[in-house]
Design a protein around this ligand. Structure first.
Ligand code: NAD
Length: 293
């Protein structure tokens, strides 16, 4: 049994912390939002009233927060309270630069650290089937692996500090671009009188195949479990796709990488969000192409 502090008990952090409790760990959680804290308490997480209360005797601290600025602020406070040797794991999706800064702060304080963003969404968080993309030293990774396996089914050590965040935004840039490509093809198929099933049967078994069509087809019918069959209830919210595409663009700018399709995808999702679709599944963007003249 490990004594864990879990900071940020929202849509993802709540169920992740619950799985740690189920596996027999002693989890003390903290969130600024009272309801999130109460919901976590109902799953067996011990609720702390302030951050420092959650940190008492913690061997491992996990953060699951919205953005880089939150992580840097919370890690600054955590590192003031925990003893040397404590392992800090950030599973939020944040920019690579903030992730590297967080690692540097932890190193300066004599602590171990990992960036360990996830994919798999709230369903994967609840089922304990997330994919963790991990950046940090071999020593930190070895200390964390067993614990990450409680919350995820695939754990990949991607490299040094920031490598987990780098892998996450590269993967999600592929996803955003490929979903737009699949949506465009289905709309073109509709205009040409092609049935959804016929296009799916061909493309899902030919060179057009990809996750966006084979597993997450953006039209109802061919893949019964895809959000298209439930009025595009997420799934993966368009607002989060936009967040990740923007992080990819920031990283492209600072590293000098050329990502013209990534840039276009970010602009299309920004427009889709502006039209009031931020909380719908990201595959609903097909409707924007249908309506475009
Ligand atoms: P969320 O908004 O539901 O949860 C974030 C929680 O952090 C909130 O409950 C908020 O109150 C809390 N918080 C903010 N500042 C805090 C502070 N200073 N101290 C304590 N608590 C604080 O968001 P989420 O959906 O759980 O996502 C968390 C992270 O995971 C994000 O970076 C997101 O991009 C990433 N992510 C989300 C999904 C998804 O499907 N929701 C999938 C993969 C990755």
């Amino acid at each position: 049994m490990t004594r864990i502090a879990f900071i940020g008990l929202g849509n993802m952090g709540g169920p992740m912390a619950a799985n740690l409790v189920k596996a027999g760990h002693d989890v003390v959680g903290f969130d600024l939002v009272h309801d999130a804290l109460k919901a976590a308490e109902a799953t067996g997480v011990k609720a702390a009233n302030v951050l420092t209360e959650a940190l008492v005797d913690a061997e491992i601290v996990i953060t699951m927060l919205p953005k880089g600025q939150h992580v840097l602020t919370v890690w600054t406070d955590i590192l003031r309270s925990v003893p040397k040797g404590t392992l800090l794991i950030d599973s939020s999706t944040i920019d690579v630069e903030s992730a590297r800064n967080a690692h540097a702060m932890a190193g300066d304080a004599g602590c171990l650290s990992l960036d360990a963003p996830v994919s798999g969404g709230t369903g994967g968080a609840a089922a304990g089937t997330l994919t963790f993309m991990v950046g940090g030293s071999q020593e930190s990774f070895a200390s964390a692996k067993q614990l990450l396996e409680v919350m995820g089914k695939k754990i990949v050590h991607c490299g040094d500090a920031g490598a987990g965040q780098a892998a996450k935004i590269c993967n999600n840039m592929i996803l955003g671009i490929s979903m737009i490509g699949v949506c465009e093809a289905f709309v073109l198929g509709e205009k040409l009188g092609l049935s959804h099933q016929a296009l799916f049967d061909v493309a899902s078994t030919s060179s057009g195949q990809c996750w966006s069509i084979n597993t997450y087809c953006p039209v109802p019918g061919p893949v019964p479990t895809s959000p298209a069959n439930s009025d595009y209830k997420p799934g993966f919210m368009a607002a989060l796709m936009l967040k990740d595409l923007r992080l990819a663009q920031e990283a492209a700018l600072s590293s000098g990488a050329s990502t013209p399709l990534g840039a276009e995808a970010a602009q299309l999702y920004a427009l889709f969000e502006k039209l009031g679709n931020g909380s719908r599944d990201f595959s609903a963007i097909i409707e924007m192409f249908r309506e475009a003249r």
